[in-house]
Ligand binder design. Structure first.
Ligand code: ZN
Length: 272
């Protein structure tokens, strides 16, 4: 069980009615939230990352089977998850932001930064010695995310890693030469992502270029030089996306080799 699983259990326990999204009658795995016969839990692998994530989730996002923020918690061991509330702030959330162990960054479009808010467009060289970067991702619809940002004073103090720069960085990464390793094959497939097209086919994008939360996290990891963690998370996202679409029996736009690619990457990683 990780932070998201605990948050989900807690949220579900106070639900008075079932969350009726599409396919709400389907019997789902309690952990990956896919229909039981498409469960991916057996495949799950964590990585050794020096980064941490904090998911600040809207109340309904926690219950949505199509949520991808939780994929971050699957892969990155030090991931925290909280539900955002308009009127109260979770004490554990505040103490994390103040913890000396961490250097927090909010991942958000820079155009929303206030005047006193520092904006980073690349990996900051001011990363304080031995501090762990803690990336805060608002996991919600875009409309909700803007509101959460506006109404949370504790976020207005934090430096911003701009989403635009995260995307731009991934575009240059994709132009690397290609050999046959799973990682490179993966990058080759992503050349088409130069225009920031999301592989997130599970929901309609609210605006062009909008990425799933896990996709954004993978790009942040890449920006901070953690290519292996980034690739693992990206491949895991593909596995989830493929199985999810298989389960709902919609036209599957995900990579049909997602599971194979993921396993190949894991095997190559263990051989190193
Ligand atoms: Zn499962």
């Amino acid at each position: 069980m990780h932070a998201f699983h605990r948050l989900y259990q807690q949220r579900k326990s106070i639900s008075t009615k079932a969350y009726k999204s599409r396919g709400w009658k389907v019997k789902r795995c309690e952990f990956c939230r896919l229909a039981e016969e498409f469960c991916i839990c057996e495949l799950r692998q964590q990585c050794n990352s020096n980064c941490s994530f904090l998911l600040l989730m809207s109340d309904d996002e926690v219950l949505k089977p199509s949520n991808t923020g939780r994929l971050i918690a699957d892969v990155i061991p030090d991931t925290h998850a909280f539900i955002w509330h308009r009127t109260e702030v979770n004490d554990d959330l505040l103490s994390l932001l103040q913890d000396d162990k961490y250097q927090p960054f909010l991942v958000f479009p820079s155009e929303y930064a206030s005047e006193q808010q520092r904006v980073y467009n690349q990996q900051p060289d001011v990363l304080e010695h031995s501090k762990i970067p803690l990336f805060i991702l608002i996991d919600a619809t875009w409309r909700q995310a803007k509101r959460i940002f506006r109404k949370s004073e504790y976020l207005a103090q934090l430096p911003i890693v701009s989403i635009e720069s995260v995307l731009a960085e991934s575009a240059t990464e994709c132009s690397n030469p290609v050999n046959n390793s799973a990682e490179q094959v993966h990058q080759k497939q992503h050349r088409t992502a130069l225009n920031y097209d999301s592989r997130y086919q599970l929901r309609k994008a609210e605006k062009p270029g909008q990425l799933g939360t896990a996709e954004v996290a993978a790009k942040v990891l890449q920006l901070f030089g953690e290519n292996e963690s980034a690739t693992l998370l990206d491949l895991w996202f593909d596995v989830f996306s493929f199985r999810y679409q298989q389960a709902v029996k919609q036209t599957n736009k995900a990579n049909p080799r997602a599971v194979e690619n993921f396993q190949r990457f894991i095997n190559e990683r263990t051989l190193k």
